[in-house]
Design a protein around this ligand. Structure first.
Ligand code: ATP
Ligand code: MG
Length: 247
C-alpha cells in the first residue's frame, strides 16, 4: 500500500543557509509519528516545508502524499489534498471570526461552498466533543485567545477540515499541561472519528505522549534524523536528553 506521507532525502535551505540535510520519513495512514530534537535542529523547518511555505527552499529530495509528488505544490493545493498544519505560533488574523475562517477553509477543502448553517452545525458538534464554549465561534481568530484556547481552535480546525495528514508543531514552551492535554485528547477524538488520520507531532514534551502513544518516534539533530524507534525512545530521551547524538 502506498504510504500516506513519504519524505525522501529532503534538503531545505532558509535564506541560503542549509537547514535540513537529508531527511527521510514515512508516515502510514492511521499512524502517529513524533518528531523530537533540540532547539534549532530543524523541526519547524520540516513542518513549514511540508506546508509549502515559500520561505523554505527545497534544494533536494521530495515530498509525496498518497504517492503524488507535492514538493512543488502551493500551500492551498496541499491543504485541499488533505494536509493540515497547525503551528507553534498561530497567527492572529485580525477581524476574522472563527466561523467565517472555518467556512472558507472547509469550503476550499471540500471543493464546494458550504452554508453558514452547515459550518455552524459541524462546528457546534465538534466544540461539544472538544469541550469548547459555543460562544467561541463568534470570537475573532486568535484575538485574545489563551494558549489553551489557541490549541482547542487548532484541533477544532483539524477536526472540521477532515485532513488525511495532520502536522502539529507543539514545541511552544508556553504550553502548559492543560494545553498539552487539549492537544492529546483532541487528536485522539479526531482519530476516533477518522482512524485513517496520520499525525506528525513535533514536541519537546514526553508528557503529551502519555495521553497519545506514538507508533514511531524520530530524533532530529542538525537537520538529520539520527534515530527512529518506538514509544520507548521518547522515554529514553526524557531521561538521557540528546547528548549522545550531539558529539
Ligand atoms: N525563516 C527563517 N529565517 C532564518 N533562519 C531560519 C528561519 N527558519 C529557521 N531558521 C533557522 O533554521 C534552524 C532550525 O530552526 P527551526 O525553527 O526549524 O528549529 P526547531 O527544531 O523548530 O527549534 P525549536 O525547538 O526551538 O522550535 C535555526 O538555526 C533557525 O535559526
Ligand atoms: Mg520549532
Amino acid at each position: 500500500m502506498t504510504p500516506l506521507l513519504e519524505v525522501e532525502d529532503l534538503h531545505v535551505a532558509v535564506g541560503g543557509v542549509s537547514i535540513l540535510r537529508g531527511v527521510d520519513l514515512t508516515v502510514g495512514a492511521g499512524e502517529i509519528h513524533v518528531l523530537m530534537g533540540p532547539n534549532g535542529s530543524g523541526k519547524s523547518t520540516l513542518a513549514n516545508t511540508l506546508l509549502g511555505n515559500p520561505a523554505y527552499q527545497v534544494t533536494g529530495g521530495s515530498i509525496r502524499l498518497n504517492g503524488q509528488d507535492v514538493t512543488d505544490w502551493a500551500p492551498d493545493v496541499r491543504a485541499k489534498a488533505g494536509m493540515f498544519l497547525a503551528f507553534q505560533d498561530p497567527e492572529t488574523i485580525g477581524g476574522v471570526p472563527v466561523l467565517q475562517f472555518l467556512r472558507q477553509a472547509m469550503s476550499a477543502r471540500k471543493g464546494m461552498d458550504l452554508s453558514v448553517l452547515e459550518v455552524r452545525m459541524s462546528m457546534l458538534e465538534w466544540m461539544d466533543k472538544l469541550g469548547m464554549d459555543p460562544s467561541f465561534g463568534d470570537r475573532h481568530l486568535n484575538e485574545g485567545f489563551s494558549g489553551g484556547e489557541k490549541k482547542r481552535n487548532e484541533i477544532l480546525q483539524m477536526a472540521l477540515l477532515d485532513p488525511e495528514l495532520a502536522v502539529l508543531d507543539e514545541t511552544d514552551s508556553g504550553l502548559d499541561v492543560d494545553a498539552l492535554g487539549v492537544v492529546a485528547r483532541g487528536v485522539q477524538a479526531v482519530r476516533d472519528a477518522r482512524p485513517a488520520l496520520g499525525v506528525l507531532l513535533v514536541t519537546h514534551y514526553t508528557r503529551i505522549l502519555q495521553d497519545l502513544r506514538p507508533d514511531v518516534v524520530h530524533v532530529l539533530i542538525s537537520g538529520r534524523i539520527v534515530e527512529t524507534g518506538g514509544a520507548a525512545l521518547a522515554d529514553r530521551l526524557e531521561e538521557e536528553g540528546y547528548e549522545q547524538w550531539k558529539r
